[in-house]
Design a binder for this molecule. Structure first.
Ligand code: DLL
Length: 432
């Protein structure tokens, strides 16, 4: 089944015409309502009327995470604040998060996108779906939730944190679908497999995203749970989950192209690359009211292909993500920048800037360890001093990034110094 036959099966010519019309309106709107965009366009002598359609897209300047940060919190919003009905936020490179805002119409559009994705995973109003993404400022929980309700499925707002309860309710409620990060689902699937409870389940579909995962991992989840697992992609700046998703053929993720125009550029030359070639994904939102973004550089690396899919959809497809062009780590679905950890460490007396972050995956759950050099005096004190310091550091890190980390305190000059750029991270999770 296709959720929105009209939009998802348009001819390329029809799609381009629709995108052009919406792009022209968006450019005019941001020029009139967002001073930062007006300034960017004025700086290169570009007037809204110079953009007549998709063919003029590359004339427009890029937007980056720095633009959101510089205009923190609401500076890029294109409507008065009283038209914003919801805000979400994700971690940024400094202590300040990236804040995004939605009008009531934006929330409707978002629900429609997620409904399209869930339909690709075979989910219908007859399903009982557990949403086990985090609820709160993260877009995963509420984004998936509204999409599931939009298709009329019975939606269970599990959130994260209590795997045993999730498994119990999965069985008791007869849940038929689940939405959560792939690493979490792999962990759940191992627990269920070990306890021999898989046959007690009615589960048939999963919609997983928010972090990179491999095709091997997808197949393993499918096998462990005897279900279909789908890859859902999105990012807060553009909307949240639901920007793209793979259908039953799993040959790339269909983009909701009538709302977001994708481009793939070279991260070094910023020029578009050929279809099928890997580069950085860039999105222009063409229907959003609250926070329209022009040529937003996602830093996500992928390739694009056009042409009808076996499922009947004609929307373009992006390939499974190959990584990011910057240094952001995604740990348990949470975006973490090494600079945030550094900031937390350096807020405490006696802690040095010599640290190393070790990320691993144990039993399919991400683990985070921070090794840090502290003042030598702590090592001559009785052990209590060291313990208290490590608790204090753990709390500061938790406050900064929202994750618990194992803290390992080491003596000065233990951590290898670098002659060039410091290497602060070892990511032992193997993603090929
Ligand atoms: O992770 C939104 C989301 C929630 C997507 C739930 C899917 C499911 P952010 O926290 O802003 O938003 O993080 C966005 O996560 O730029 C990618 O690097 C990564 N990401 C998201 N989905 C996928 C995926 C949400 N399916 C960042 N595969 C993005 C690989 C993904 N990476």
């Amino acid at each position: 089944m296709i959720w929105n036959e009209k939009m998802e099966t348009m001819s390329r010519e029809e799609m381009r015409a629709l995108q052009s019309e919406r792009l022209v309106a968006t450019v005019k709107r941001v020029y009139e309502n967002v001073p930062a965009y007006r300034a960017k366009m004025d700086a290169i002598g570009l007037k809204p009327e110079d953009v007549k359609g998709v063919e003029d897209l590359t004339k427009l300047p890029f937007t980056t995470k720095a633009d959101l940060r510089d205009n923190y919190p609401f500076g890029l919003f294109a409507v008065p604040q009283d038209e914003i009905v919801r805000v979400h936020a994700s971690s940024g490179t400094t202590g300040k998060p990236t804040v995004v805002g939605y009008t009531a119409k934006d929330i409707e559009m978002w629900s429609e996108c997620v409904a399209r994705c869930m339909t690709m995973a075979g989910i219908t109003k007859k399903d009982i779906i557990q949403v086990a993404y985090g609820y709160g400022l993260f877009t995963g929980g509420l984004g998936a939730h509204y999409g599931a309700e939009h298709i009329g499925a019975t939606t269970v707002p599990m959130g994260t944190g209590n795997t045993q309860k999730l498994v119990t309710l999965m069985k008791d409620f007869g849940a038929t679908a689940i939405a959560c990060t792939p690493s979490y689902l792999l962990h759940i699937s191992e627990v269920l497999k070990e306890s021999g409870e898989v046959n007690d389940l009615k589960l048939k579909a999963a919609i997983c995203g928010a972090e990179p995962w491999t095709e091997e991992m997808r197949l393993q989840i499918e096998k462990n749970l005897n279900i279909h697992a789908h890859d859902i992609y999105g990012l807060s700046e553009i909307m949240g989950p639901g920007v793209a998703c793979d259908c039953e053929y799993h040959e790339g993720l269909h983009v909701c192209e009538d709302y977001f125009i994708p481009e793939i550029i070279s991260p070094t030359t910023f020029e578009p690359v050929a279809d099928g070639e890997t580069g950085e994904l860039v999105f222009t939102t063409i229907s959003k009211e609250g926070l329209p973004l022009i040529r937003y550089r996602t830093r996500d690396l992928t390739s694009i292909s056009y042409g009808k899919c076996k499922c009947g959809r004609t929307t373009c497809r992006i390939s499974r993500f190959k990584g990011r062009s910057d240094d952001m780590l995604i740990i348990r679905g949470v975006n973490v920048f090494p600079s945030q950890v550094e900031e937390a460490l350096l807020s405490i007396d006696g802690v040095s800037p010599h640290y190393h972050i070790i990320v691993d995956r144990v039993n399919n759950l991400d683990t985070l360890e921070i090794m840090v050099e502290v003042d030598g005096k702590f090592f001559s004190d009785e052990i209590k001093g060291l313990e208290a310091l490590s608790v204090k550091i753990g709390k500061a890190v938790q406050q900064m990034i929202g994750l618990n980390a194992k803290i390992k305190l080491v003596e000065p000059r233990t951590i290898e110094r670098s002659m060039g750029k410091a290497v602060h991270v070892t990511d032992k999770r193997k993603l090929v």
